[in-house]
Design a protein around this ligand. Structure first.
Ligand code: DHB
Ligand code: MG
Length: 219
């Protein structure tokens, strides 16, 4: 099945299930206009994250990798009025685009962007166990560090989700290697012996192709 077919499949399902949202459309448009990489989650994935947050009754969310704020808006839409989302972004330019998109979506009272290297900024976040959910979607070589810091910051019973852990099956292909793939393998190898979380990978296929979320519960 070709990528265009999966795009058509997402489009079909989304047409029944996902309402047009001018603030999300605006975030995608400004991301293109500012030449941001085309790496945001899909609408179906963003909606899934929003529904999950609502199901959990999550009030405090940590996002690693803001990009243009598209996923940030979806996450924040799942929060109650007194909810809070902290999102970490290395690129000042991406953060500027995201801030404008978050302002435009009238979500700035709930969302705080922290600019800097998340391997450092996460160390300063706290207190421990103060977040209900973490969504890790940044540079893949640092996935293990982001995951370990998330384990400290997310409450017991809270959820940690990591994007892009399948990468078209490349993660599982022993003949393939690149830095992102090695970053994900390092996380998986660590999880094998980690009794402080319980996790599964759920493959996703849609307009961005074949990939997956790693879903973990902090025990
Ligand atoms: C890449 C990163 C992402 O977060 C994503 O969703 C897709 C691709 C990448 O680094 O290639
Ligand atoms: Mg991603």
């Amino acid at each position: 099945t070709k990528l265009e077919d999966w795009a058509q499949s997402d489009e079909y399902h989304n047409s029944f299930l996902i309402r047009e949202d001018a603030t999300l459309e605006h975030a995608l448009q400004t991301s293109v206009q500012n030449d941001l990489p085309d790496r945001a989650v899909t609408a179906a994935q963003g909606k899934y994250l929003k529904l999950l947050i609502q199901s959990l009754g999550a009030k405090r969310i940590l996002e690693v990798g803001t990009l243009g704020g598209y996923s940030t808006i979806w996450l924040a839409q799942g929060l109650p009025d007194d909810g809070e989302l902290i999102t970490l972004e290395l690129s000042e330019k991406f953060a500027q685009v995201a801030q404008e998109n978050i302002d435009h979506a009238a979500l700035s009272s709930k969302v705080k962007i922290v600019i800097g290297d998340a391997t450092q900024t996460m160390k300063e976040l706290g207190p421990a166990e103060s977040f209900d959910l973490a969504f890790i979607d940044a540079d893949k070589p640092n996935n293990l560090t982001y995951f370990q810091e998330s384990k400290r910051l997310v409450k017991k019973g809270g959820v940690i989700i990591v994007d892009n852990v399948v990468r078209n099956g490349k993660v599982a292909d022993p003949t393939y290697s690149d830095e992102p793939v090695e970053g994900i393998r390092k996380l998986l190898k660590n999880l094998k012996g980690d009794t402080s979380v319980d996790a599964t990978t759920i493959g996703t296929v849609g307009e961005k192709g074949y990939d997956g979320f790693l879903y973990a519960i902090n025990l």
